[in-house]
Write a protein that binds this ligand. Structure first.
Ligand code: 5GP
Length: 264
C-alpha cells in the first residue's frame, strides 16, 4: 500500500563546526522531495560558491528594502551580515506538495516555528565545545580570533536548544544521518487532520495514493492538475485550506506588502 505523505518543513541549525553542511547535503540527496531553500544574504560570495545556488547575494540596501516590503518570512543578522528566507521559497515548495529544508541560525529557526508550529526544528552539534574548536581549527578557514568569536556564539546558541524538537549530537556521521532519516520518515507519516476523512475514504476504497489529496491528479484519485488546489478555493476546497498553515500575502492600504499568517 502506498504511503500518503505529508509535506513538512525541516530546519537545521548548528553552531559553527557542528557538521550541519554535510547533513544538509545528505538530506537533499537522500530525499528528492525535500527542496532546499536558497537564502538571500548580504555577505560577500566565497570562493567556490555559486550565486543562486548557495545564496542569492544582494546589497544591504536591497535587503533592507526587502524587509520593508515583506519579502522575507524570517531574517536575521548573523556574524554581521543579513540573511533571510524569501516567503516565496516556502510558498512555492509547499504548494507543490513538497517539503522544504532550511539552513538557519537559531533565531531564524525560532521565527519559522512561530509561523509554522508544525515545522521540525533540528539542532546539530558536536559533543563538546572542545570538539567544535578542534573542527574549526582543522578546517583551517578562519583565524583564531574568528574561531574564538564563533565558539563564544556557540555557547549562546547551545542555550537555545530548548526551542528545538530534535537534537543530533554529531559524533558519528552515519548515526547522525540515520537520525535524520528517522525524523523525515516520522514527519511525512504525520496524520493530516484536515484530510483525515478523505484519506480514510481512500483507504476504505483501497485506492490510497502516493500523491496526497492536496496534490491531486485524477489518476491518483484526486483533482485534475488543471484545477485549482483546495487551499486556493478549488473544487471541494475552502480557501486557505492548505495542509500546512502557511502565509497569505496581503497588500496593506499604504501599498506595502505585509505578511499575514492566517490559521487554516
Ligand atoms: P554562512 O555565511 O557561513 O553560510 O552562514 C552563516 C549562518 O547563517 C549559518 O548559521 C546559517 O545557518 C545562517 N543562515 C543562512 N541562511 C539564513 C537565513 O536565511 N536566515 C537565517 N536566520 N539564518 C541563515
Amino acid at each position: 500500500m502506498d504511503k500518503i505523505k505529508t509535506p513538512g518543513i525541516f530546519v537545521l541549525s548548528s553552531p559553527s563546526g557542528g557538521g550541519k553542511t554535510t547533513l544538509v547535503r545528505y538530506m537533499q540527496k537522500k530525499f528528492p522531495d525535500v527542496i532546499y531553500s536558497v537564502s538571500t544574504t548580504t555577505r560577500p560570495i566565497r570562493p567556490g560558491e555559486k550565486a543562486g545556488l548557495d545564496y542569492n547575494f544582494i546589497t544591504v540596501r536591497d535587503f533592507r528594502k526587502g524587509i520593508k516590503e515583506g519579502t522575507f518570512a524570517e531574517w536575521a543578522v548573523v556574524h554581521g551580515n543579513y540573511y533571510g528566507t524569501p516567503v516565496e521559497n516556502i510558498i512555492s515548495v509547499l504548494r507543490k506538495g513538497k517539503s522544504i529544508l532550511l539552513d538557519l541560525d537559531v533565531k531564524g529557526a525560532r521565527n519559522i516555528k512561530k509561523l509554522f508550529p508544525g515545522a521540525n526544528l533540528i539542532f546539530i552539534t558536536a559533543a563538546s565545545i572542545k570538539e567544535l574548536r578542534r573542527r574549526l581549527l582543522a578546517r583551517g578557514q578562519d583565524d583564531i580570533k574568528i574561531i574564538n568569536r564563533r565558539l563564544k556564539n556557540a555557547r549562546r546558541e547551545l542555550k537555545q536548544m530548548k526551542y528545538f524538537d530534535y537534537l543530533i549530537i554529531n559524533e558519528d556521521v552515519d548515526r547522525a544521518k540515520k537520525t535524520l532519516d528517522g525524523i523525515y520518515l516520522a514527519a511525512e507519516s504525520k496524520v493530516n487532520k484536515k484530510y483525515v476523512n478523505e484519506l480514510a475514504e481512500r483507504i476504505i476504497a483501497g485506492t490510497p495514493s502516493q500523491s496526497p489529496p492536496w496534490k491531486g491528479g485524477e489518476d491518483r484519485g484526486g483533482r485534475t492538475p488543471s484545477q485549482s488546489p483546495p487551499w486556493k478555493g478549488g473544487e471541494g476546497g475552502k480557501r486557505g485550506n492548505h495542509p500546512l498553515n502557511f502565509s497569505r500575502l496581503r497588500r496593506e492600504k499604504n501599498g506595502k506588502r505585509r505578511l499575514w499568517y492566517g490559521r487554516n
